[in-house]
Design a protein around this ligand. Structure first.
Ligand code: ATP
Length: 377
């Protein structure tokens, strides 16, 4: 096993497409790291550079202590699982899983001596590895089947099995769950976490799905336009986003943002006039424009178990639309010229068109520099 580091790594396609821009990122030995960001942010390119499928234009790529920029993919000791599992359709599950091992471990044996004692021992070793992996992934009852006789989730597990048996130093996974339906995705997500706990192999997992990132990653690295925005544990990225992009990308429904101004300990944004929590560094921005952010779950209907309604944390809004989600409702609110989203407990009755009071949990709000969009914290 080994950690993986990007040291000032840049990848430029053609003349000027900077897919990855001066990336510094250290993935610890046996860590589960998720690279997340919108389409085109460079996460797949970063992963492909670790695999050796793309060459870095600049910087150093390290696996363990070794610089691997010039090491061919086959010598990097990594295994990659993709969204398209690409199993061999004419082979059984068993053969699909064993294929890579046979190629590697038996390639020196001519068919005439395949039955030699040494070859038999290797075959037995391969057989054990395939059976162990199949048991671990709960596909041991399908070993004789062909891929077309399996469900999507089972096929994905065969692809994982093929990667596991190689016992690589590093696992690379590129959106491996996106072909599965919602229920199976949640189930397989949990299986992958369990598998990682069992095998402890450094895993780098790429997804555009922030829920997947938040639930799976020990740490998550958020990327945008080839640039790393923040790398931290999921709770930290959620509670202390480094900038407006991260704040808006992580969390669903997304954070509400308002243009505001700091005046006399208050943040004034249109019809909202709220008291900034004592000691917050944004208080030093007196008279300056800042962006105020509040997550939908930090807004409560007054009297709904949230903070006590008081001057400085309360506003009156018109309920535009209410979406029922089960345990919670998403309310689209109108305050003066502004719109915002609030997730409100389903036990609270909200009526379209009704006007009522809402309370903001001010100590869980966020402030960003209006120009740089960096968090003020
Ligand atoms: P997605 O989630 O859509 O796969 P991504 O975040 O993984 O996106 P990449 O595939 O890494 O993004 O692409 C990053 C940027 O590099 C994009 O602008 C893409 O168009 C560009 N790019 C990727 N591969 C190539 C290539 N072979 N030639 C030219 N440009 C490329």
């Amino acid at each position: 096993m080994a950690g993986v580091s990007f040291k000032g790594v840049t990848k430029i396609f053609g003349k000027d497409v900077k897919a990855v821009n001066n990336l510094d990122l250290e993935i610890n030995d046996s860590e589960f790291m998720v690279l997340v960001g919108p389409s085109g942010c460079g996460k797949t390119t970063a992963l492909r550079m670790i695999a050796g499928l793309e060459e870095a234009t600049d910087g150093d790529l390290m696996i363990g202590e070794a610089r691997v920029n010039d090491v061919p993919p086959k010598d990097r000791d990594i295994a990659m699982v993709f969204q398209n599992y690409a199993l061999y359709p004419h082979m059984t599950v068993y053969d699909n899983i064993a294929f890579g091992l046979r190629l590697r471990e038996l390639k020196g044996f001519l068919w005439q001596i395949m039955n030699s004692a040494e070859a038999k021992k290797i075959k037995k070793g391969i057989d054990d590895k395939v059976n162990d992996a199949a048991k671990m992934l709960d596909i041991d009852q399908y070993l004789h089947r062909k891929p077309k006789e399996l469900s999507g989730g089972q096929r994905q597990r065969v692809a994982l099995g093929r990667a596991i048996v190689r016992k690589p130093k590093v696992f690379l996974m590129d959106e491996p769950l996106s072909n599965l339906d919602a229920k199976l995705r949640i189930q397989t997500r949990a299986e992958l976490i369990r598998l990682h706990r069992q095998l402890n192999i450094t895993t780098i997992y790429v997804t555009h799905d922030q829920v997947e990132a938040m639930t799976m990653g020990e740490r998550i690295a958020v990327m945008k336009d080839g640039v790393l925005q923040q790398c931290a544990m999921p709770e930290e990225v959620y509670n202390s986003p480094a900038n407006m992009f991260v704040a808006g990308f992580i969390g669903a429904p997304p954070m509400n943002f308002f243009d505001g101004e700091v005046t006399g300990g208050q943040i004034s944004c249109g019809a909202l006039d709220l008291t900034i929590p004592a000691g917050h560094p944004v208080l030093e921005k007196e008279g300056q424009k800042v962006t105020f952010g509040v997550r939908p779950e930090n807004i409560y209907a007054a009297g709904d178990g949230g903070p006590e309604a008081a001057e400085g944390n309360t506003f009156t809004a018109t309920i535009d639309v209410v979406e029922l989600l089960g345990a919670e409702n998403v309310a689209y609110l109108i305050v003066g010229e502004d719109k915002l989203l609030a997730t409100i407990d389903a036990s609270v009755s909200l009526k379209n068109g009704e006007e009522r009071q809402f309370v903001i949990e001010m100590e869980h709000t966020h402030f960003f520099d209006a120009e740089t969009e960096e968090a003020i914290r």
